[in-house]
Design a protein around this ligand. Structure first.
Ligand SMILES: [Zn+2]
Length: 275
C-alpha cells in the first residue's frame, strides 16, 4: 500500500486518482490486486470514495506521520510529557494495508507502535467516527489498548466497524474497547462516557496515552450528530493530563471550518497549561 501511494508520485501535475471501482467480496484475489493500469489499483487499497490521490499525496501523508513520530520521540526520550502533533492528513481510518476516510497513513498507530517498544500504551480515540484503521492494526495485540468513543455505526461512518462486541482477538482479546454513542450527546453526557473510558485506561496502567483528537464532536460539525461545546475541548485535554502520564495528542478529523481553529487551540492551550 505504501509503495502504491509512492508510485502515484508519477502522476502528472493536475492529474489525480479517485478510487471508484473496488474488488467485490468474492473477487478472485489474484486478479484483484493487479489491474493493468497501476493507478487504478486505488480501489484495491482504498475502502471508500472519499480520497483523491495525486503526485503530492505521498509527500503530504509521509510528512503527517513524521509529525506524529516527532511527538512520539519527544515523549519517549522524556524531553516532553505533553505534546500535540498537528497532523494533516488525519490517520485513524487507515489500516496497515488500506486507506480511506481522508486518511492515508495511520499517524496515531505509528506513534503507538513506537511508544509501545518502551511499555504498554493506550490510544483513546475521541473523533466522532470509529477509528477502524487503528482498531484493525492493534486488534490482535495486548501492548496497545485501543479505546474509541464514536457515533454508533448503526447510523455513523464507517458503518462496518465500531460495535461494542468488537473486543480484540487472540493476544488482543479484551484490549479493544468500543463505546458507541447515541445521537445528541452534549458535554455532560460525553463527560460520563469519557470518564468511563478513562477508568479502563487507568486499569490498564499504560506508561503513555495517545489522544486521537477529532474536532468533529463539536456541536456545529456538519459530519456528526453529537455536540460538545467549544470550552469542552479544554476540559478533555485537562482530563487526559490529569492521568499523570505522558500525553501525545494527534489531530484526526473536524469539518466545521469556522470553529476548528478555536476548538483546536482550546485543547492545545489546556494541554500547555496543565500542571
Ligand atoms: Zn471523524
Amino acid at each position: 500500500m505504501v509503495d502504491y501511494i509512492k508510485s502515484c508520485e508519477e502522476l502528472k501535475e493536475g492529474e489525480s486518482v479517485f478510487p471508484h471501482v473496488f474488488p467485490y467480496r468474492d473477487f478472485t484475489p489474484e486478479f484483484s490486486a493487479h489491474p493493468r493500469i497501476n493507478f487504478k489499483k486505488a480501489g484495491y487499497y482504498c475502502f471508500d470514495v472519499g480520497i483523491e490521490i495525486d503526485k503530492d499525496t505521498f509527500t503530504a501523508a509521509k510528512a503527517s506521520v513524521d509529525v506524529s513520530m516527532t511527538g512520539a520521540q519527544l515523549i519517549r526520550d522524556g524531553k516532553e510529557t505533553r505534546v500535540f502533533s498537528l497532523c494533516r492528513p488525519p490517520g485513524h481510518h487507515a489500516g496497515y494495508d488500506h486507506f480511506g476516510g481522508y486518511c492515508i497513513f495511520n499517524n496515531a498507530a505509528a506513534a503507538a507502535y513506537y511508544l509501545s517498544q518502551k511499555g504498554n500504551v493506550a490510544i483513546v480515540d475521541v473523533d466522532f467516527h470509529h477509528g477502524n484503521g487503528t482498531q484493525g492494526i492493534f486488534y490482535e495485540q495486548s501492548d496497545v489498548l485501543y479505546v474509541s468513543l464514536h457515533g454508533n455505526p448503526d447510523r455513523s461512518y464507517p458503518y462496518f466497524s465500531g460495535f461494542a462486541d468488537e473486543t480484540g482477538k487472540k493476544l488482543g482479546k479484551g484490549y479493544n474497547i468500543n463505546i458507541p454513542l447515541p445521537a445528541g450527546v452534549g458535554d455532560d453526557e460525553y463527560r460520563k462516557y469519557l470518564n468511563g473510558a478513562l477508568r479502563k485506561v487507568k486499569k490498564y496502567k499504560p506508561w503513555a496515552v495517545i489522544v486521537s483528537l477529532g474536532l468533529d464532536i463539536f456541536k456545529g460539525d456538519p459530519l456528526s450528530d453529537i455536540g460538545v461545546s467549544s470550552p469542552f475541548f479544554s476540559e478533555i485535554a485537562r482530563t487526559f493530563c490529569d492521568l499523570g502520564i505522558p500525553v501525545l495528542g494527534i489531530l484526526e478529523g473536524g469539518y466545521d471550518m469556522a470553529d476548528l481553529a478555536q476548538n483546536g487551540a482550546n485543547f492545545i492551550e489546556a494541554m500547555a497549561q496543565a500542571e
